[in-house]
Design a protein around this ligand. Sequence first.
Ligand code: GUN
Ligand code: ZN
Length: 483
Amino acid sequence: MAITFEVIHKDIAGRVGKLRVNDKTVRTPALLPVVNPHLPLVTPREMREMGVEALITNAYIFRRSTEFHDRALAEGLHGVLDFDGVIMTDSGSFQLSVYGEVEVSNRDTLEFQQAIKSDIVVPLDLPTPPDAGPGRAARELAVTMERIREAQALFPDANLAAPVQGGIFTDLREEAGRAVRDLDFTFAPIGAVVPLMESYRYKELVQVVLAAKRGLSPGTAVHLFGAGHPSMFALAVAMGCDLFDSAAYALFAREGRYITPHGSLKIDELAELPCACRVCRSMTADELRKSEDRERLLALHNLHVTLAEIARIRQAIQDGTLWELVDERCRSHPRLLDGYRELLAHVAELERDDPVSKRRFFYRGSETCRRTEVLRFHEVIPRIPLGERVLVSFDGQGAPGFDTVLNFKPPFGPYPVELAETFPVGQSEVPEWDDDMVRSGCAGIRSLMEAHPESRFTVQCGEVWTRLVLEEVPDAEVLHEQV
Ligand code: GUN
Ligand code: ZN
């Protein structure tokens, strides 16, 4: 198969990569705008000028279109759409799940997608809705897997994507991911998540995506099918999603909605256009509202904002600041915060992929204490060699009579002075200490104590922290005065 994926930078489970398809390259994370040939609010050529390297369109629409069917077969999609980047086609499965039966077979759609020269073709998977029980989800997953195998057998040279289904059941999602991995796919979309996102069920979204990722190979490019709102991209990338497709820019424009990285606003309620794009800087909110071209201008703005968020995420990964971006974005809606907290609940799996060193670590409140860097620190401190009598000093003052003196930096915990300049201690910025971060640092003291039962520990913490430290580290001697 002529799809390859190369990971270049990593942060959390997110990555900046290069997807190569038929000698064309797409930088990931990437957004594939959805193009409807009948209603091109923004043309593919304009998209190309905005930096779009790949787009997605629906083979089903071309198949049924009196206007485009023959042209697509004769000229190919790249000719009809006037786009020389990567074009992915969807099979119409989603139409099937939303509108009922689609009169097309797996073989038909695969043949048609190849005949119109699609770069990435999708079999006719079955998107299982979230309200389906485990029996139905398992049966539908079996059909999807059968169709993926059939696709591989019929068209061994095609650039096939293998959708991961399984409804809301994490065991099925993981099994689906493993099955796709065993078939050696480099490109896997995670399907049937649109209804979860539409009803803000981000916690379950995180559960199913992480389950699918556990089964998939780390070398597989993962597409999140139908994820179009920029406020959740950072969260999805942190889980290891590499590609998104968005119809939201156009659908929202049609409904008079103005997308921002934190949410969307009704254009009728806007007094200002708080955005740096060409549209927003060339007119007032009132002019946009009254413009005859309003739908198209809104779509242009929406697409600009969406693409800018993808660029911001790629930069954050290279800077090692993706956690901070996830934290910021997930505070735009309480249900997104639920998703973020669910992600933090899986930090042990994420820690394996997370880089050992980053440029900086900013403390942003209690969630920060559960980040990968804190967990890893707590896992490595037991390896610090210690003498018999150990002092952990909150104010960094040493004292006579101790064999080992350690400093203390929340939310991490105790560290030897030799680590003062290394990540994360040296690159972390914390505000005035609060209870959550000091408790997290105390967890670090506890893991050190567990690893060194032969040592005796004294914590010199100053008056304000005495009560909390006694609670958190009951087996240490706690001093609140200078020793
Ligand atoms: N678009 C949004 N969700 C899906 C899905 O589950 N499968 C396919 N093929 N397309 C989609
Ligand atoms: Zn704008």
